[in-house]
Design a protein around this ligand. Structure first.
Ligand SMILES: *[C@@H]1O[C@H](CO)[C@@H](O)[C@H](O)[C@H]1NC(C)=O
Length: 227
């Protein structure tokens, strides 16, 4: 049990630092042809960013996916169409994966969003890139196609979410003492104890408050021991 939590905690840390790099990168689908493109007098150039506010999301909860389409070119983009797809683990519950956007002026954004629910937990996945097609030149209906940035998410099970809250609480309770791997191991053990106390409280709704208080006191004693 504790070993799994340590592994998960370390994984979450690695994941969150790796993700710092991810969402910032804007997609440039046709890097190789950029020179040609900018040599052209006036073309639209759409940059599409697809993102979620949280990289850690919870199985069974609503997750909003945001799309930001920005015209970084020097001409209006027209006939702009957006087509997205979901990973197999997600179900669309609000909004649309397809949109006819029409025109996007120079320096303007079009923003879209939809809501999904993930039906599987304890997995990492990358949202597939959305496709955007548009006419880049005012006097031609030739279509340019581009892909959005994509983003890696970790889908927590509801139990993992509780453990994460407990881990945060542990970090505060330790006042920053958890610096070495051994500290983290002890912390993960405490998190397990607090987590099972929480679990018991949720499972047995009519537990007497004196029992709840005893469990809280026991969890606090464990926290103090670990310091
Ligand atoms: C999730 O999204 C659906 C559809 O928009 C909405 O009806 C429901 O209230 C949302 N649930 C929560 C908890 O926000």
């Amino acid at each position: 049990m504790a070993r799994r939590q340590i592994a998960w905690g370390i994984f979450a840390l690695v994941l969150s630092s790796a993700l710092l790099l991810g969402p910032v990168r804007a997609e440039d689908d046709d890097g190789a042809s950029d020179d040609d493109e900018y040599a052209d007098a006036s073309r639209a150039h759409l940059v599409v960013r697809k993102w979620c506010k949280e990289e850690l999301v919870v199985q069974g909860k609503n997750v909003t996916v945001d799309i930001d389409i920005f015209n970084a070119g020097i001409s209006t983009a027209s006939l702009v169409k957006f087509v997205d797809k979901l990973p197999a683990e997600a179900t669309l519950i609000e909004g649309s994966l397809v949109a006819d956007i029409g025109k996007i002026a120079i320096g303007s954004h079009a923003k879209l969003s939809y809501v999904v629910v993930f039906n599987t937990g304890s997995i990492e996945l990358t949202l597939p890139p959305a496709r955007v097609t548009y006419a880049a030149e005012t006097d031609s209906n030739d279509l340019t196609e581009g892909a959005s940035s994509s983003m890696a998410l970790y889908i927590m099970t509801p139990v993992q979410q509780l453990q994460r809250y407990a881990l945060h609480a542990g970090a505060y309770a330790s006042l920053g003492f958890a610096k070495t791997p051994a500290d983290w191991r002890n912390m993960a053990i405490v998190v397990g104890l607090v987590g099972s106390a929480l679990g018991a409280n949720f499972a047995v709704k009519k537990v007497k408050s004196s029992t709840v208080n005893r469990k809280r006191a026991a969890a606090l004693r464990e926290l103090e021991k670990s310091e």
